[in-house]
Design a protein around this ligand. Structure first.
Ligand SMILES: [Zn+2]
Length: 340
């Protein structure tokens, strides 16, 4: 903790709250500043956090803002014609982003040593004139994890989940914001893996029987196309089922492109373990992106398949110097050592 009550010094409760909140706000801003594109949603989040931080620094209490105030802060005074409508639209975007950022916000706060994390919130007004919504930041407890955060050694890298991604639209209902393996979803997952294998097996065996028993009666061209069909079924089955088995084996793999919206890159498919209320664990499959800052040059580091040099491993490669700035990746400790 950055702020500790020092013995003998009078430290009112509110002051200690304020310093905890400052720590959380700084972590929040750190996360926000790492976003690749400064969209309007990002600007709104940043403006809110910066103003809250300023208020705390000035010894004031945190407040909620109305839509005009927020719009002014986020647009540097160049207020659009209808600020309320403008903000309503931007806030919808922000809410979507917040769902993707949630784990990253928690990771960042945790790594900063904060027990709480900041999250923008809109309080719905009753509607009608004079009853408009208000906007501000709330502080939520950072959930506990099983991951201990070791002190980072010099030259090593710390990763965090910068995005928890929307899957491509065709499997969105299945993997929406983490896919807990229980109930029908567990059944669906197992059915996919085992059922898929069985289906491919049955088709191939059927083709085999047809080819071997009808060897003399089927024309050569027919046999050739049956073999082609067999190869296609085998190939497609391999492509669709390999990620399933690799995920079971390795717990984290690079996400197959088919699962990820086209504009996202360096995304992983992770089978994480999450505690449930009863003290048990549930497997959660989610699309995440781990990233970090290169300790050598400061650019972003993203995970990639280790390839031939680092087989069966994911390694972090610096965006700017991918050949030389290479780091290991430990999903448990979220740390990496230089591999070069
Ligand atoms: Zn680098």
């Amino acid at each position: 903790m950055k702020s500790k009550d020092i013995e003998g010094v009078r430290s009112p409760h509110e002051d200690s709250c304020a310093s905890n909140e400052q720590l959380a706000l700084k972590a929040f801003l750190g996360f926000i500043k790492r976003q690749e594109r400064e969209t309007r949603a990002v600007r709104v989040a940043k403006a809110l956090a910066e103003d809250c931080l300023q208020r705390l620094a000035d010894g004031k209490k945190l407040a909620m803002y109305n839509s005009i105030q927020v719009t002014e802060m986020a647009t540097d005074g160049v207020v659009p014609e209808k600020p309320t409508a403008w903000l309503a639209k931007v806030w919808d975007d922000l809410e979507k982003r917040l769902n993707q950022w949630e784990l990253g916000l928690q990771d960042t706060a945790r790594q900063a040593g904060s027990a709480i994390y900041a999250r923008p919130r809109k309080s719905q007004g009753a509607g009608g004139a004079g009853n408009s919504s208000s906007f501000g930041l709330v502080f939520l407890p950072v959930p506990e994890t099983e991951t201990d955060q070791p002190a980072s050694a010099p030259g090593s890298i710390t990763y965090f989940r910068d995005l928890t991604l929307k899957p491509a639209f065709w499997i969105k209902p299945l993997v929406h914001a983490g896919f807990a393996l229980k109930g029908w979803r567990r059944a669906a997952f197992v059915t996919y893996g085992l059922g898929g294998m069985a289906a491919v097996g049955v088709v191939l065996a059927g083709l085999w029987v047809v080819v071997t028993t009808g060897w003399s009666s089927i024309p050569v061209a027919g046999i050739a196309s049956l073999i082609m069909l067999g190869a296609m079924v085998g190939g497609i089955g391999y492509a669709l089922l390999r990620p399933f088995w690799r995920l079971i084996d390795w717990r984290i793999i690079m996400a197959p492109d088919i699962l990820v919206a086209i504009r996202e890159r360096c995304v992983q498919l992770e089978a994480g373990k999450e505690p449930t209320e009863g003290g048990n664990h549930v497997r959660v499959i989610r699309l995440v992106r781990y990233s970090g800052d290169c300790p050598i040059c400061g650019e972003k580091v993203h995970l990639q398949d280790g390839g031939r040099e680092f087989p069966e491993r994911l390694v972090g490669r610096c965006d700017e110097h991918p050949a030389e700035h290479v780091f290991s990746f430990d999903r448990h400790s979220r740390m990496g050592r230089p591999l070069r």
